[in-house]
Design a binder for this molecule. Structure first.
Ligand code: SF4
Length: 167
């Protein structure tokens, strides 16, 4: 997997101070995409999992990790993203995990695939759905267009219905 970018700290990609990983490659090609270069699977540098985890561990201000892109949950990236979250949680178990995906939660569940289910179980908050330019609004918090939802994943999986975060 290639990495399109990495922020050591950010407060605009989820609640609290977070590291942000942008993976490369996206199959959705949304018109008006905020990160068009990251649609290319070969863009950026090789993702070095250990190096990134070490960088995160050096920063005590962080409360979580956000994984964005590109598309972290496409078939090309999802297994490596899952390994990254698993290894990061070993050293920072208190970290919460936000993930941005162009797939909806329902589409991910419909895959009925072991890797996808494992990764969903590791995510605390999923900001889901493709970016829709006609639904773009400037004042939306942590999302680009109104169709996108900020989902409490553990709660949604537990009660078998969609639980969104109110913000
Ligand atoms: S899902 Fe995100 S990265 Fe992919 S094309 Fe749409 S806006 Fe761009």
């Amino acid at each position: 997997m290639k990495m399109a970018g990495f922020y050591d700290e950010s407060i605009s990609n989820g609640l609290g101070w977070r590291a942000v990983l942008f993976v490369s490659g996206c199959p959705h090609h949304c018109p008006g995409c905020h990160n068009q270069v990251a649609q290319d699977y070969n863009y950026g540098q090789e993702f070095d999992k250990e190096k990134i985890i070490n960088r995160i561990c050096e920063n005590s201000i962080l409360k979580g990790i956000t994984i964005s892109g590109g598309e972290p949950l496409c078939k090309e990236n999802i297994a490596e993203v899952g390994e990254f979250i698993k290894d990061l949680k070993k050293v920072r178990p208190e970290f919460d995990v936000w993930c941005y995906s162009g797939y909806t939660l329902e589409q991910l569940q419909e895959r009925n695939d072991e890797t996808t289910n494992k990764v969903l179980n590791q995510i605390d908050v999923l900001v889901d759905g493709r970016f829709v330019e006609s639904q773009k609004k400037a004042n939306l918090k942590f999302r680009g267009s109104e169709n996108q939802r900020i989902i409490n994943v553990p709660e949604s999986l537990k009660v078998h219905k969609l639980v969104t975060l109110d913000m």
